[in-house]
Structure formats: structure tokens, C-alpha cells
Design a protein around this ligand. Structure first.
Ligand SMILES: NC(=O)c1ccc[n+]([C@@H]2O[C@H](COP(=O)([O-])OP(=O)(O)OC[C@H]3O[C@@H](n4cnc5c(N)ncnc54)[C@H](OP(=O)(O)O)[C@@H]3O)[C@@H](O)[C@H]2O)c1
Length: 214
């Protein structure tokens, strides 16, 4: 069974860890401290997930999910994630993150900025546009009527395809959104961020966004 490492086990990270466990993955979780610091939390709210330090958690992980606040992303050591498929679930919210000039002024999308930090990793943007509670409540089997879809953006299409398989196992259809620069259409304030869509609806939304404006 493939292994997913979740870095940051707050609201999103713990919901993702539970979802991944339910989907049959081996799940490693890490916080900003030691494995012992999150052992009780893991036992109570993510039973089955293995608490570890981040270096150990990611070592043999097939997919790493970074679920820390965006104002903390540089506290995750990029050398640990070299060559890894890394999912960026983070959103920039100035009222929560504080004003960060690179996200305020940079013409790049937030995931492009994040990917510069994780330059040796295969960065994929997804799971940012679903509430952490909906991740568990909206998951349903493949083929079930009304199944919700999530968009997946990456400059590395094979990495995106691997993550799309994970999204399917999590209980959602997946739509490829194109490279990270198109991730702008998944960011806070957009139709896709604010809505819930079937795969056909989501693909239609994505076609409304030419790459040049995305
Ligand atoms: N809320 C949502 O529904 C939602 C949905 C999709 C995406 N997002 C995005 O997901 C991100 C996380 O949101 P959240 O609501 O889960 O935040 P949160 O509840 O504050 O949890 C963040 C966790 O990250 C940990 N952390 C911080 N630095 C770390 C590091 N270097 N290594 C490992 N763990 C670290 C924190 O642990 P410590 O306390 O030990 O620092 C905390 O447990 C945000 O960017 C948010 O915008 C949120």
C-alpha cells in the first residue's frame, strides 16, 4: 500500500489523514515538534496514523501533503522533500497569515511561490478548495450520482496524475487544471474555491479560464 505523509496536523491535516486512512493508505503524520508531541493527538483523532518527526515521516512516502499555515511554509525543510510529490493545500488569507509581500505583490500564484521553496519537489496544488469538514462529509464512491470533483494543478503532469488517483480514492472525481500558474482559478475568492462542482461542471469552469488570465 502506498504511503502518504501529512506535514501539519491541524484542521486540514487531520481530516486529510483520516481520509487517507479510510482510503487504505499507510499514513505518517508530523507536526512542528517531535513524534511524541503529537502521539496522543494522533491516537485520539487520527487512529491508525503513525506520528513521526517530519524527516522520518516523509522518508519513504509516495505523496507528501503540506498542510501548515501559509505563513509557516518556509519552516518546512525543502531538502527533506527533494524528488517527492508534494501537495500544496495552502491558501493565502492575509487576515490569518498576516500580509506577506511575496503573496501580495508577486504576479505568481501562491503555489508557484511555494514551489520555489520546494524547488526540488514535484509540487501539486489541490485540496485547497474544499473545506476540511467537507473532505470527509462529501466523499463518496466512484460512480455514485452527484460525486464532487476537485481540481489538480501541477507543472509535472505525471505527478498530477498520481495525485488524481489519490483524489479518486479519497472519494472525489479529479480534473486536471493544467500547470501551477492556472492554480489562480482555485485560489480564495474564485468560483471554484467558493463552489462545489461535478467533474463536468468543474471542467467547464476550468475552460472558462484561459491560461493567459489564469
Ligand atoms: N480550513 C480549511 O477548511 C482549509 C481547507 C483547505 C486548505 N486550507 C489551508 O490549509 C492550511 C492549513 O490550515 P489549517 O486550518 O489546517 O491550519 P491549522 O489548523 O492552524 O493547522 C496547521 C498545523 O500546522 C502545524 N505546523 C506549523 N508549522 C509546521 C511545520 N514546520 N511542520 C509541521 N507542522 C507544522 C501546526 O502545528 P504547531 O501548532 O505545532 O505549529 C498546526 O497543527 C492553510 O494554508 C489553509 O489556508 C484550509
Amino acid at each position: 500500500m502506498a504511503t502518504i505523509a501529512v506535514i501539519g496536523v491541524g484542521r486540514v491535516g487531520s481530516a486529510v489523514a483520516r481520509t487517507a486512512l479510510k482510503a487504505g493508505y499507510d499514513v505518517h503524520v508530523s507536526g512542528s515538534g517531535t513524534a511524541d508531541d503529537i502521539a496522543l493527538l494522533a491516537e485520539i483523532i487520527m487512529p491508525g496514523a503513525r506520528p513521526m518527526g517530519t524527516a522520518d515521516a516523509v522518508l519513504d512516502a509516495d505523496i507528501v501533503i503540506v498542510a501548515v499555515p501559509l505563513n509557516k511554509y518556509t519552516s518546512v525543510d525543502p531538502s527533506l522533500l527533494e524528488g517527492k510529490v508534494v501537495i500544496d493545500v495552502m491558501n493565502y488569507w492575509a487576515p490569518i497569515d498576516g500580509e506577506i509581500s511575496e503573496f501580495e505583490q508577486d504576479a505568481a500564484t501562491s503555489s508557484e511561490v511555494v514551489s520555489r521553496h520546494f524547488a526540488g519537489s514535484r509540487v501539486v496544488k489541490t485540496l485547497n478548495h474544499i473545506g476540511y469538514h467537507d473532505l470527509e462529509e462529501h466523499a463518496i464512491a466512484a460512480g455514485a450520482p452527484g460525486r464532487r470533483a476537485l481540481a489538480v494543478a501541477s507543472d509535472d503532469e505525471p505527478a498530477a496524475r498520481l495525485v488524481m488517483e489519490m483524489i479518486d480514492r479519497f472519494g472525489f472525481d479529479a480534473a486536471y487544471a493544467g500547470p501551477l500558474r492556472t492554480g489562480r482559478v482555485l485560489q480564495p475568492g474564485t468560483e471554484i474555491f467558493n463552489g462545489a462542482f461535478s467533474k463536468a461542471e468543474l471542467e467547464h469552469e476550468l475552460t472558462l479560464q484561459p491560461a493567459s488570465q489564469a
